[in-house]
Design a protein around this ligand. Structure first.
Ligand code: ADP
Length: 447
């Protein structure tokens, strides 16, 4: 087991990882920018190293400084959290070259999944169902037209290097295709420095359903069920739940089994999430994330398993603590991402939190690094906390969520709490009847 883990992140996830390390009796080092000197995880860590000024590129993305912090403190492993360097293959390779363990998959697996064309090809080879479309990159208009005619309109053109919902264009007919192809290519080139694009069938009303997987790196793979993350705004997840209200037990076992086998065959190590669009009873792979996800606590709630413990175990060579048959799903969990944003316009609302009071009671978990008197710096994302609620079934979970939202107090800044108070009382949400466009339509009619 590791002696000392360096946490290369900030905010709620840095605290989340720190808690797991403390439970496992592992020493902790955190790195932070000058803007985060007062952060909760910095106060609670055994050691902290200031690695630079506020901009991420000079601090949380500064590989050189982070490796130096490992050497100075003698950390033998790095947990990257999510975002920042968590899916940076070069970072994983550099750490390996310094004999420091990256708590995550190999650089090669990160690289394959980071290139969407390659990821889709790999998924297909491993027996994972994918969205019908081109086999690889498409450059010629003639070829694009042939493929689009074959799969049928509408189609979507996506950047191979894409991320964060950028670099996608929908073409509803052949007349749109030429412009869509050209704009997608030039936007991809400008945004990602790589203009490779591919075509796939555009699904009109899918849900976003993702499967949590784990590999031990030695040919074993398991799944921890799915999460439904269909409630999104601008491709950013807002509310996540497990299990999905749309799946039955057979569908769950089937897609979970397919994913676990794929992970085993790939020889993958650590946590991963295989993301699908789901429509008319069919799953269509869109991408794989090779890290811990923001929404992992809903899976922890229904399985009772600490996924960060599991990541640390696997990375240290201790293998998975569970077999597939040990993983049981109990009840229902929902996570609300509470952002420091105006709940109507979603403009960021940094500033000082004058009063912070979190709900409690059975089935309530709050993952947050903020406290009364904390000043939210304007440099980073606006997530200030996650409320995760668990109940014996979805109805109980929703009752508890409504109550917990009423108890939550964040004064001094604007937050998205009022949005969740509206959503929890909505009939479609109560019935679990929503797709990936539901929230944006709802927000548009509210205005
Ligand atoms: P990114 O890495 O940029 O997030 P994804 O491939 O994960 O890109 O897609 C992001 C979102 O774009 C999906 O959650 C979905 O809303 C939409 N999308 C992607 N592919 C399709 C498709 N084939 N049909 C319909 N919507 C799609």
């Amino acid at each position: 087991m590791f002696q000392k883990i360096l946490i290369a992140n900030r905010g709620e996830i840095a605290l989340r990882v720190l808690r797991a390390c403390k439970e496992l009796g592992i020493q902790t080092v955190v790195v932070h920018s000058t803007a985060d000197a007062d952060a909760m995880h910095v106060r609670l860590a055994d050691e902290s190293v200031c690695i630079g000024p506020p901009p991420s590129r000079d601090s949380y993305l500064n590989i050189h400084q982070i490796v130096a912090a490992c050497e100075i403190t003698g950390a033998d492993a790095v947990h990257p959290g999510y975002g920042f360097l968590s899916e940076n293959a070069k970072f994983a390779d550099i750490l390996a070259a310094h004999n420091i363990t990256f708590i995550g998959p190999s650089g090669d697996h990160i690289r394959v999944m980071g290139d969407k064309i390659e990821a889709k090809r790999t998924a297909k080879r491993l027996g994972i169902p994918v969205v019908p479309g081109s086999d690889g990159a498409v450059t010629e208009e003639k070829e694009a037209k042939r493929i689009a005619a074959e799969i049928g309109y509408p189609v979507i053109i996506k950047a191979s290097a894409g991320g964060g919902g950028r670099g996608m264009k929908v073409a509803r007919s052949e007349a749109d295709l030429e412009v869509a192809l050209q704009t997608a290519r030039s936007e991809a080139g400008a945004a990602f420095g790589d203009d490779a694009v591919y075509i796939e069938k555009y699904l009109e009303k899918p849900r976003h359903i993702e499967v949590q997987v784990f590999g031990d790196g030695a040919g074993r793979g398991v799944h921890f069920g799915e999460r439904d993350c269909s409630l999104q705004r601008r491709h950013q997840k807002v509310w996540e739940e497990a299990p999905s209200p749309a799946l039955n037990a057979e569908e769950r076992a089937h897609i979970g089994g397919v994913c676990a086998k794929a992970i085993a065959d790939l020889g993958y190590s650590g946590a991963g999430t295989i993301e699908f669009l789901y429509e008319n009873g069919e799953f269509y792979f869109i991408e794989m994330n090779t890290r811990l996800q923001v929404e992992h606590p809903v899976t922890e709630a229904i399985t009772g398993i600490d996924l960060v413990h599991e990541q640390i175990r696997v990375a240290s060579g201790g293998g998975l603590s569970v077999r597939q048959e040990d993983i049981r799903f109990q009840g229902h969990a929902i996570e609300c991402r509470i952002n420091a944003e105006d709940p109507r316009t979603f403009t960021p609302s940094p500033g000082t939190i004058t009063h912070f009071h979190t709900p409690g009671g059975l089935g309530i978990r709050v993952d947050s690094g903020v406290y009364s008197g904390y000043k939210i710096p304007p440099y980073y994302d606006s997530l200030i906390g996650k409320l995760i609620v668990h109940g014996r079934n979805r109805v109980e979970c929703m009752m508890r969520l409504r109550r917990a939202l009423d108890e939550f107090v964040v004064d001094g800044i604007k937050t998205t709490l009022p949005l969740f108070r509206d959503l929890v009382g909505n009939a479609d949400i109560a019935n679990g009847e929503y797709d990936i466009h539901w929230l944006e339509k709802y927000l548009a009619t509210e205005d």
